[in-house]
Design a protein. Structure first.
Length: 418
């Protein structure tokens, strides 16, 4: 089957690897398949054991092949963690030797390319180029200068970059598993594609994506990305607190957190209420109130660190929408703790992108809160659909490149002289 008959997206995290495969047949989105497995070989977004990760990638795609009956060659995947960096890059290009000229899409492309080149470096790879604003002679912070007259055009690009060596390692792992990377997305940006639509694209919106060991904070203004912060904290911070406080291994602490972790209201738990856990062939009683107190304290610390990071960039009262994603929010009481600490309303990230809504409709793998596992994958699929100009149910075949160029040039000449 041809590679453009499916879109395969894989979200590689420290605790889990999730994958979605959207099947496209007869120009329609026909079905979507899901799979998730425990992740090995990666920590804080950085590959620490390539062999283990190759095994994981092979296993999850094999499962998708069995479910879908498709031969998979190309995948879309994500990148995150401490090897991500961001920067602004500016460029100015002249539009006319004398007088003014109407700004065209070709001029914008030239300005963007110039700024991209100026912002590039040998040890980094640019994975996203996002125009923040344009300026012309008479006005700054122009969102779309096409059709306006000016003597020069200035652009401010927001560049999301990744350390080149880390990208090469990821590419090699995917290659060793037998696949090729079709596109690479920053995790938080992919997630925002799935959860932001309509009202979240107006005003100032924050996406707080809490992973197992990395939290991504993305700030948007009127739908345009303004800032990214990556914090070295996540759901594992709570688990580690339990592990150290109760003197038990990490895996057991994770099980206790999921089963008995309640944030807030520890005083309402009876003093003598206990949990029996197996340790070294014996059963050890642990007070449930003590567990609740530890989880509450560690979650409060996480929320306080997130609040501090947000306040370093803008005042909390300026935020119109604060959306949180990640399975950590499923811990009983976490949303309430976040609202208590930051003192603004907090919303759970839900599937709102029209493309994702079509893909997710009436799918048992996304019922309840299961969809949180696949938000980043769905975002990558949405991005690919948008880039290909797919409809929500049909594909639109692109015109030939030469024809597109001729039409664009004709339109620009017409705008300039008429």
């Amino acid at each position: 089957m041809l590679n453009n008959n499916y879109i395969c997206a894989i979200d590689i995290g420290s605790n889990k690897i999730s994958a979605c495969l959207a099947l496209i047949r007869k120009n329609k989105i026909e079905n979507i398949f899901f799979e998730t497995i425990v992740s090995r070989g990666i920590k804080e977004g950085v590959i620490v054991d390539a062999t283990e990760l190759v095994i994981c990638i092979t296993k999850i795609i094999k499962s998708l092949k069995v479910k879908s009956g498709l031969k998979i060659k190309f995948i879309h995947t994500n990148f995150s963690g401490k090897d991500i960096s961001t920067k602004h890059s500016h460029a100015i290009i002249p539009l006319a030797e004398r007088g003014n000229k109407v700004v065209t899409s070709t001029d914008i492309a030239l300005a963007n390319e110039q700024a991209r080149i100026l912002g590039s470096s040998l040890d980094e790879e640019i994975i996203h180029v996002i125009p923040s604003s344009y300026s012309i002679d008479s006005k700054s912070n122009v969102i779309n200068p096409i059709g306006l007259y000016s003597h020069k055009l200035e652009v401010d690009l927001y560049l999301i970059c990744a350390r080149l060596a880390s990208l090469q390692s990821l590419s090699r792992v995917i290659g060793q598993a037998g696949y090729e990377i079709r596109s690479l997305s920053f995790s938080g940006l992919a997630t925002s594609k799935a959860v932001f639509a309509g009202e979240e694209k107006r005003g100032v919106s924050i996406l707080c994506d809490i992973g197992s060991d990395v939290t991504e904070l993305l700030t948007f203004k009127d739908g345009l990305l303004q800032n990214i912060q990556i914090l070295p904290l996540g759901g594992n911070s709570m688990t580690q607190q339990l592990s150290e406080g109760l003197k038990i291994n990490f895996e057991l602490a994770e099980d206790i957190k999921r089963s008995y972790g309640v944030i807030g209201g520890a005083e309402n738990i009876q003093e003598d209420k206990e949990i029996l856990v197996k340790k070294d062939e014996f059963y050890k009683p642990i007070k449930q109130r003590e567990v609740a107190q530890m989880v509450t304290n560690s979650s409060r610390l996480i929320c306080s660190q997130i609040k501090e990071a947000v306040e370093n960039k803008l005042a909390l009262h300026e935020i119109d929408h604060f959306v949180i994603a990640g399975k950590t929010l499923l811990t009983d009481g976490f949303i309430e703790m976040m609202e208590e600490v930051i003192r603004i309303p907090v919303a759970i990230g839900r599937i709102k992108n029209p493309y994702a809504a079509v893909l997710a409709k009436e799918n048992s793998d996304l019922t309840g809160q299961k969809y949180l596992t696949y938000l980043t994958c769905l975002g990558m699929i949405c991005e690919d659909l948008e880039n290909k100009n797919f409809g929500t149910t049909k594909l639109v075949k692109p015109a030939k490149n030469l024809l597109i160029k001729a039409l664009i040039r004709f339109k620009e000449v017409y705008q300039e002289y008429f």
